[in-house]
Design a protein around this ligand. Sequence first.
Ligand code: FES
Ligand code: FES
Length: 180
Amino acid sequence: MTRISVKVDGTAYEDEVEPRLLLVHYLRDRLGLTGTPVGCDTTNCGACMVDLDGKSVKSCSVLAVQADGGEVTTIQGLASADGEWHPLQRAFHEQHALQCGFCTPGMIMAARDLLRENPDPTPEEVREGLEGNLCRCTGYMNIVRAVLAAAAEERRHQAPEPGAVAEHAEPSTAGSGAPV
Ligand code: FES
Ligand code: FES
């Protein structure tokens, strides 16, 4: 057994695990975080995607010991403490992109990673960003729409309020002859 300490969805855990234990099984079976599913167990489908230290990873291809000292965020850690959904969760709901419980968590985690790297993607870039996530049942139209909608909402939130810059700006001395 190997001792690990890992933070998952904001909670710190100290555990003894077998070195061969996969991260996805640690999350589901030890911590009870069943929001992260096992879709294929062969690293093909992306259903098991979580964030490990700022990058999305397929948790069926990572050992729990590899998360030692790290920080994991699962789909269950995306909503804020007061229960407000992440913009991607809201957009998946509003754009009817929520599909089954297998593919959706991974789609959202992969999209979150994609938007961190590219906050203003084209539909094509969204498709490329999600190419490691499979849904066996449908096209991806609403999923792409949802990711674009979430991106737009996040950009709106990050944009300064109109007038905010002027309000907080130091008075300009340019051309006034005043000492700097
Ligand atoms: S269960 Fe991990 S990629 Fe399918
Ligand atoms: S695999 Fe989830 S809806 Fe198709």
